[in-house]
Write a protein that binds this ligand. Structure first.
Ligand code: NAD
Length: 316
């Protein structure tokens, strides 16, 4: 079968733990024909390309190479995972100054060679950095998005699945707002197989228990700290979360994901990036959904936005 060598090219900026985990997921997905790896440490990108290439005998054909920005021409999606990660005890917002400089460095280099691309940011603090990337890129609305709370949402679904002994894929619950300490779970709309949590009773008779749910969410909120304390950084689950975002774009799936983007009037917020369930397809974010929230949730969302606005203002 003849393949269009330009179809499904994806670029990856930053081939550290998160970037290489995403690359490994992408390689196994068979989704793309060409993956270009770029890192400030060229040797690191080359080493990852070599290691990944040695697995190509086990997956569908594609090319994987370490490259330069010029090699991103025609890339449909460019994922940014470049930048410092949290050290034990550090919050995501502590990384702001350093990683804002990384985003301001790499985004113009991407748009200079592929102005038609969609950019997916994962570098932390992902909300503010997505907003900066949006400003710098000046691409059409929706074409710069961040992984936002896709990972937190996956963590919540996993833990709720364990609590109720059901497949996490049958749990529909969202974490929204900051990907960080002020994230919040939208309990008012959380459900298992369409049954609201307040009404849901598990196979073993487990029913609604708000303190237990709050304890589960506390685990979600602390997950990164707990993992970083034990193994230095988190990367597998974010690799898969990034794959789900990239797949939604490349396959034009219109998948609802809690990606982040700059708010344009949702909940009265303007010009600050946060996560809300959004439809993701070929043009990036196609719509940020209007979702019902309790008064408590709306207040929490606005508080999270205020925290991010403050940090953004400090950055200048
Ligand atoms: P890492 O240190 O393993 O890798 C970072 C890589 O970025 C390094 O290889 C480094 O050389 C490269 N880099 C730095 N500046 C660069 C530049 N200007 N241009 C190109 N490459 C550059 O870190 P990691 O564990 O892979 O984490 C990367 C980022 O992802 C961190 O900011 C981390 O906090 C974030 N992260 C986000 C999520 C999420 O849910 N969004 C989850 C986990 C980690």
């Amino acid at each position: 079968m003849k393949r269009d060598p330009r179809s499904g090219k994806v670029g990856l900026i930053g081939t550290g733990m998160v970037g290489s985990s995403f690359a490994y997921c992408l390689m196994q997905s068979g989704l793309v024909s060409d993956l270009v790896l770029i890192d400030a440490d060229r040797g690191r990108a080359e080493g990852e390309a070599m290691d990944l290439n040695h697995g190509l005998a086990f997956v569908r054909p594609m090319t994987i190479r370490a490259g330069e920005y010029a090699d991103l021409t025609d890339a449909k999606v460019v994922v940014i995972t470049a930048g410092a990660n949290q050290r034990p005890g550090q919050s995501r917002l502590d990384l702001l100054q350093r990683n804002a400089a990384v985003i301001r460095d790499v985004v113009p280099k991407i748009t200079a060679v592929c102005p038609e691309t969609t950019i997916v940011v994962a570098t932390n603090p992902v909300d503010i950095l997505t907003q900066i990337a949006e400003d710098v890129a000046a691409l059409p609305a929706g074409r710069v998005l961040g992984s936002g709370t896709t990972l937190d949402t996956a963590r919540l679904r996993f833990l709720l699945g364990g609590h109720y002994a059901v497949d996490p894929r049958s749990v529909h619950a969202y974490v929204v707002a900051e990907h960080g300490d002020s994230a919040l779970a939208l309990w008012s709309m959380a459900n298992v197989a369409g049954v609201r949590l307040e009404d849901f009773v598990s196979g073993s008779g487990r029913g609604y228990d708000r303190p237990a749910l709050d304890a589960i969410f506390e685990q979600v909120r602390k997950a990164a700290y707990e993992i970083i304390q034990r193994k230095g950084s988190t990367y597998y689950a974010i690799g898969l979360a990034l794959l789900s975002v990239v797949e939604a774009i490349l396959r034009d799936q219109h998948t609802v994901l809690t990606v982040c983007s700059t708010m344009r009037g949702r909940l009265g917020l303007e010009g600050i990036a946060l996560s809300l369930p959004s439809i993701v397809g070929a043009s990036g974010i196609e719509a940020v959904l209007e979702i019902p929230m309790s008064d408590e949730e709306r207040d929490g969302f606005r508080r999270s936005a205020a925290i991010l606005s403050e940090r953004l203002a400090e950055l200048g």
